[in-house]
Ligand binder design. Structure first.
Ligand code: BES
Ligand code: MN
Ligand code: ZN
Length: 458
């Protein structure tokens, strides 16, 4: 991935002119009669995703015109998907699109998941002399890592593989890492993580992955990600259609590691605590049962009304752990509810926080980097839907409350640290392919969160 964006190149470099529809006449005026004729014949108008390869009369490409429509940098994603193999350089670009943003969009649009395909890498490359190539590569790399982790099938992306990736990241950036596994979780007081993950096969035991980085004197940011490597639903088993995509249920952990990597590579002046409770929600004679009452690290008892509401259980212990560090800011990311998709669809992740300043800052960051997010309320009227007859609370909210994404957020809030906390219910999947946006594992919210962290701390 990283070597698709170059800071130097030899050989043929084809110039690319990015233009909006309003810039069409100026771009056409620079072409010869042949080029203008070609544009007319192909009805090239500079609409988003339109491409015109202008030949030079010797059988090679003299320049490429690429339409952005009315779009911003993210419209450059499709360029990567439409160019033939070769090396290109963006020589003309609207002023409001920075070289870095254009190069990052190109890199994100170049992503493909080819681990299991014998196919040569024939993707086009982008020479980006005026961009900060190192910084662009960091962002692109982190996003590709998260997408690769999500796309990798659950037989090859179990708890151990996630641990291994976390260890590699820790080593690369001089972070500390501890991993508590299997029965050790009971001793270390992570009873909910153990309860959810204990039914998994040998070698796929549950674990709490904890990474720490940075200077003691810097403000602490806790980043938590749901790492369910596969969600069968447990004894409340999911129907086939609902289970089909559940390899992506570790998307929160992948996002947390990717965001942490951005922060560490950029050397932001923060201290990081990264927690990835990682389990398989499996079925065996030892699986937790509907009706079980389990303990949590916080000491609150939880009635397991539904074994398929497992994410909030493992996050409860992780949030309690984070609270022990009194973070300045806590972020959790999770593929937590189907209800979030009913509310906002697959492309618009909801975030929830009671911190008005944080909400405004995150919305602004999301807008700035074209990484869309939408706020949902932690509406206190629904708290009572979590009341249990036998325990302190239950994991399956009463039906009357209906707003499943909100009640899941309210459940987490019972465990969240004091102070600034934001919960993101991500889909981590793109169901519909378009140029530059392949279907499959998708990374969302972390570019916005990284911008938020830059604004807040750098
Ligand atoms: N991982 C799922 C949520 C999910 C499902 C995310 C589909 C994206 C797509 C989660 O563990 C789950 O099963 N949640 C249940 C909760 C319910 C039982 C209270 C849900 O959303 O139906
Ligand atoms: Mn589930
Ligand atoms: Zn789940």
């Amino acid at each position: 991935m990283s070597d698709l964006i170059l800071d130097a190149a030899e050989g043929v470099i084809v110039p690319v002119y990015l233009l909006r529809e309003a810039d069409l006449d100026a771009a056409l005026a620079e072409l010869g009669d042949q080029g203008r004729g070609l544009a007319a014949v192909q009805d090239f108008k500079g609409k988003a995703g339109q491409i015109l390869l202008v030949p030079d009369g010797r059988g090679t490409t003299e320049r490429v015109l690429f339409g952005l429509g009315q779009g911003r940098a993210s419209a450059v994603r499709a360029l990567a998907a439409k160019l033939p193999r070769g090396t290109y350089e963006i020589v003309r670009c609207p002023d409001d699109i920075s070289p870095d943003d254009a190069a990052l969009a190109f890199a994100l649009g170049s992503y493909r998941f080819d681990r299991y395909k014998k196919k040569p890498d024939d993707r086009p490359r982008l020479l980006a002399r005026t961009a900060n190539v190192a910084a662009v590569r960091v962002m692109a790399h982190a996003c590709a890592l998260a997408r690769d982790m999500i796309n990798t099938p659950p037989n090859d992306m179990g708890p151990l593989q996630i641990e291994t990736i976390a260890r590699e990241i820790a080593e690369q950036h001089g972070a500390g890492i501890t991993v508590i596994t299997g029965e050790g979780l009971l001793e270390a007081n992570y009873p909910a993580v153990h309860a959810v993950g204990r039914a998994a096969a040998p070698g796929r035991e549950p674990r709490m992955i904890e990474l720490t980085w940075g200077r003691e004197s810097d403000p602490l940011v806790a980043i938590i990600g749901k790492g369910v490597v596969f969600d069968t639903g447990g004894l409340d088993i999911k129907p086939s259609a609902g289970m089909r995509l559940m390899k992506k249920d570790m998307g929160g952990a992948a996002h947390a590691l990717a965001l942490a990597r951005m922060v560490m590579a950029a050397g932001l002046p923060v201290r990081l605590l990264v927690l990835a409770p990682t389990v398989e929600n499996a079925i065996s004679g030892d699986a937790m049962r509907p009706g079980d009452v389990i303990d949590s690290r916080k000491g609150l008892t939880i009635e397991v009304g539904n074994t398929d509401a497992e994410g909030r259980l493992i996050l409860a212990d992780a949030l309690t752990r984070a609270a022990e560090f009194s973070p300045d800011l806590t972020i959790d990311m999770a593929t937590l509810t189907g209800a979030a998709r009913v509310a906002l669809g697959p492309q618009l992740p909801p975030f929830m926080t009671d911190d008005e300043g944080l909400a405004a800052a995150l919305s602004a960051a999301a807008e700035a980097v074209e990484d869309p997010l939408w706020r949902l309320p932690l509406w206190k009227g629904y708290v009572e839907a979590l009341d249990s007859d036998v325990a302190d609370l239950k994991n399956d909210p009463d039906g009357w409350a209906q707003a499943g994404a909100v009640t899941a957020g309210l459940f987490l809030q019972r465990f969240a640290p004091e102070g600034a906390w934001v919960h993101l219910d991500i889909f981590a999947w793109n169901p519909r392919a378009k140029p530059g946006v392949p279907s499959g594992g998708e990374v969302m919210a972390i570019r916005a969160l990284f911008r938020l962290l830059q604004d807040r701390y750098a």
